[in-house]
Design a binder for this molecule. Structure first.
Ligand SMILES: *Cc1c(COP(=O)(O)O)cnc(C)c1O
Length: 398
């Protein structure tokens, strides 16, 4: 590695940060960021090894701790998010688990919104209580429930907004205030909004987590995750936990994700324009009971979405009369793929009630606003006219 410090791009606009941010060039002066597929590092002298281990000299020690390619990815994400520090992980769930575990000890309490990605809900609802950390689930859109759930030992508030798959909006600034008044910290899973469309740290959150598997890769290849926060938060709560427990991101995956960041704004913006077009197209069509998209005027939290988001994202949901109608619609599609991922270049349709949310009871699903006829549509990079033709195939059979 050259001794040159990474290019600093924090003063530049997001698209520029995503092309240049965090780049560290080796002695070869390569244009494209290098892939350092190495486990370890050699030292010139014993003295240098000693200094590095003591943290008195800069440099890498072992790729479970850090790696130049992973460090470039972390730096680029931190600059995009406007965070002081970032730590990458092997998957989004590794990021969520470490961010929650790093903040609590036995006897503490977590408050989380009910409408969480299934595995996130497992972590707070089933895993953490095994270690003596209690959890209260609330309707995230109801601020009185957040307030009522606070206890003297509450350390973490956790939410996703927009939620999956109802695309409800939770007031991040208001929940952050409740957290801080109670001496707790707010962590936001910002996957659905992406760093381009919502900045939880600016709204008062203390920690942001992503599954980089989604829009950051955006092309269906690698799993990855990242935790972003202040330097102090990362040092006190995250740094040692990750180093000693080892959910490290592979350098190869970090390289793919780093290069993908260069095109993130182009992709997310195009996918979002198509999502707006398709949501509007479906709304009011016979058999379509409701369309859910944060920046549509008929969204119940339109005002809040306008206030805290810079755009509605690349995913919308819509409700048909029944599970059978939803199945017929999805089975008739030729371009849109049936899968459970999102943020991909390929458009994807999901039936949450029988896949991502099938673990929940019917009552729990209805309580969360996930009827049997709901379909989630993650809009890809295909020509939107072809997607509209495909949607018409679905509409013709419901
Ligand atoms: C996918 C996803 C996760 C988990 O990420 P993985 O990379 O699959 O581990 C967490 N939260 C949300 C909102 C997600 O969409």
């Amino acid at each position: 590695m050259s001794e040159k410090t990474p290019i600093e791009t924090r003063h530049l606009r997001p698209a520029t940060r995503l092309v240049h941010g965090g780049t560290m060039r080796s002695q070869f002066g390569e244009t494209s960021e290098a892939l350092f597929l190495t486990q370890g590092y050699v030292y010139e002298t014993m003295e240098q090894a000693e200094a590095r281990f003591k943290g008195e000299a800069p440099g890498f020690l072992y790729s479970r701790f850090s790696n130049p390619t992973v460090a470039m990815f972390e730096r680029r994400m931190a600059e995009l998010e406007g965070a002081e520090a970032a730590r990458a992980t092997a998957s989004g769930m590794a990021a969520v688990t470490a961010s929650v575990m790093g903040q609590v000890k036995a006897g503490d309490h977590i408050v989380a919104a009910k409408a969480l990605f299934g595995s996130c809900r497992y972590v707070v609802e089933e895993l953490m209580p095994r270690f003596g950390v209690a959890c209260t689930l609330v309707d995230g859109t109801d601020l009185t429930q957040w307030k009522a759930a606070m206890r003297p030992n509450t350390k973490v508030l956790f939410l996703e907004s927009p939620t999956n798959p109802q695309l409800e909006i939770i007031d991040i600034a208001a929940v952050a205030k409740i957290a801080h008044e109670g001496g707790a910290a707010l962590t936001v899973d910002n996957v659905f909004a992406t760093p381009l469309l919502q900045s939880p740290l600016e709204l008062g959150a203390d920690c942001v987590v992503y599954s980089a598997t989604k829009h950051v890769d955006g092309q269906g290849r690698c799993l990855g995750g990242i935790i972003l926060a202040s330097e102090q938060f990362i040092q006190e709560k995250i740094h040692n936990l990750l180093r000693q427990t080892g959910p490290a991101l592979s350098p190869f995956n970090a390289w793919v994700l780093l290069k993908s960041l260069e095109t993130l704004p182009v992709r997310v913006n195009q996918q979002m324009q198509s999502a707006i077009r398709l949501a509007d197209y479906l709304a009011g069509k016979p058999g379509v009971l409701r369309v859910l998209y944060p920046t549509r005027k008929d969204h119940p939290q339109y005002e809040l979405a306008q206030k805290q988001m810079r755009g509605g994202g690349t995913v919308f949901s819509f409700v048909l009369a029944s599970k059978e109608a939803a199945f017929r619609f999805a089975n008739a599609l030729k371009i849109v793929k049936i899968s459970n991922n999102l943020g991909d270049a390929k458009s994807i349709i999901t039936h949450p009630a029988t896949t991502t949310h099938q673990r929940l009871s019917l009552d729990a699903r209805l309580d969360m606003g996930i009827p049997e006829g709901l379909l989630r549509f993650s809009v890809g990079l295909e020509d939107v006219e072809d997607l509209i033709d495909d949607v018409n195939r679905g509409l013709s059979v419901i």
